[in-house]
Design a protein around this ligand. Structure first.
Ligand SMILES: *Cc1c(COP(=O)(O)O)cnc(C)c1O
Length: 375
């Protein structure tokens, strides 16, 4: 039996709207007048399925992608038929795998000279590695932290035939909050350093999602490098509202697996934290925190036939229990994320309720949950 068939034996699934992702990509490029989009598809495209997302973006002309690890890069390279796709690696990478990165044409972010020297010793004869120069203007994860360091890195790459420059970038720490001073400071450092060193503008990419939504007037956006907005959610929620309409791409569904009536005083789930006050119908759904329905979502709303119901008691590893206004048949679909009738549950709402950010909830949906792509 094929993997997809096996997964579908348990009726819990994520539906991914690829046309929404395409529309979001076009909308954000238009809003920022960007000419090039580096689509960030790390962590399985924020849970949406990297290969399908990359293919759908390639279909509308996107040729640049970014992931976090060498393994993610190889998976993309091996899964794609197209050969004119660039794959960037955003995180810190072990220099001893430079030969593998060159072999699969992956362009790692590089932040210090020692890395380049170590990588050089691991390249095979004739191999050339394209690199993305990381500039640390305040994120504090990696990158050249001064004009002098950037100058040294750039000179080394220009002088050494084992490397070529693929881009120069920085990452903003406060693009989706209200700390404008910190943002300005990062921006000014980047601009003064790259201009002083003389790296041409076509190499620059600094706009993450928050920057494209709230700072696009301020910074160069010839090339933008975004994740969140592609998937249709607002990374600044609930603090900031999005100036452009974003289409959510992911919906999460399950189906009622069992229905029973609680008597007054009866409890459900671990810890017996929920107790019925009067007789009530409840349903059990085959989804739990091992699927990525976070344990902190106990008490959250779900939708049944356009009606709001509630998760009661604790979220368990594989199952949850919900209220029912009336008895419903086994097999009734339940929306845990997405739209049902006039009602909608957004990823921003779920994240706010679980006291986290949308990115975390989306990347937590596990391999046990099949992704479906209706055409
Ligand atoms: C993850 C990541 C991004 C994408 O961030 P969004 O806020 O989702 O757009 C961009 N750049 C770097 C370096 C990243 O690590």
């Amino acid at each position: 039996m094929r993997q997809e068939e096996r997964l579908r034996l348990r009726p819990t699934w994520l539906e991914i709207d690829l046309s929404a992702i395409q529309a979001n990509a076009q909308a954000i490029m238009q809003a920022t007048s960007a000419r090039r989009l580096i689509a960030v598809v790390k962590a399985n495209a924020y849970g949406h399925g990297a290969l399908r997302v990359v293919q759908s973006l390639y279909d509308i002309g996107v040729k640049d992608f970014a992931v976090a690890t060498v393994g993610e890069g190889i998976e993309l390279r091996q899964g794609l038929a197209a050969t004119d796709v660039k794959i960037n690696l955003l995180g810190v990478q072990p220099a001893e795998h430079a030969d593998v990165m060159a072999q699969y044409h992956l362009q790692p972010a590089v932040g210090d000279l020692e890395w380049l020297e170590a990588a050089k010793s691991h390249l095979n004869p004739g191999q050339v590695l394209g690199v993305q120069l990381a500039v640390d203007t305040g994120m504090g994860r990696m990158g050249a932290g001064s004009l002098l360091e950037l100058q040294r890195l750039y000179s080394y790459i220009e002088a050494d035939a084992s490397f070529y420059l693929a881009g120069v970038f920085t990452h903003f720490a406060t693009a989706d909050d209200l700390n404008q001073d910190y943002y300005d400071n990062q921006y000014q450092k980047f601009m003064s350093w790259v201009q002083e060193v003389g790296i041409p503008e076509e190499y620059w990419h600094l706009a993450n999602s928050g920057s494209t939504l709230w700072h696009a007037q301020q910074i160069p956006t010839q090339t933008i490098r975004v994740g969140s907005v592609l998937y249709g959610y607002n990374p600044g929620a609930p603090l900031l509202t999005s100036p452009i309409e974003l289409k959510p791409a992911a919906s999460l569904y399950s189906k009622i697996g069992a229905v029973h009536q609680l008597q007054a005083g009866q409890s459900v789930s671990y810890g017996a934290t929920y107790q019925a006050e009067h007789p009530q119908w409840v349903a059990t759904l085959p989804i739990g925190y091992a699927d990525g329905y976070n344990r902190r979502l106990g008490g959250m709303n779900v939708l049944v036939n356009g009606q709001v119901e509630q998760v009661i008691g604790r979220v368990t590893m594989d199952q949850i229990i919900i209220t029912l206004h009336q008895k419903e048949p086994v097999g009734t679909p339940v929306v845990l994320l997405g739209q049902s009738g006039q009602k909608q549950i957004t990823i921003e709402t779920l994240a706010d309720y679980a006291e986290t950010i949308p990115h975390e909830l989306l990347t937590e949906f596990s391999a046990r949950v099949p992704r479906c792509y209706p055409s």
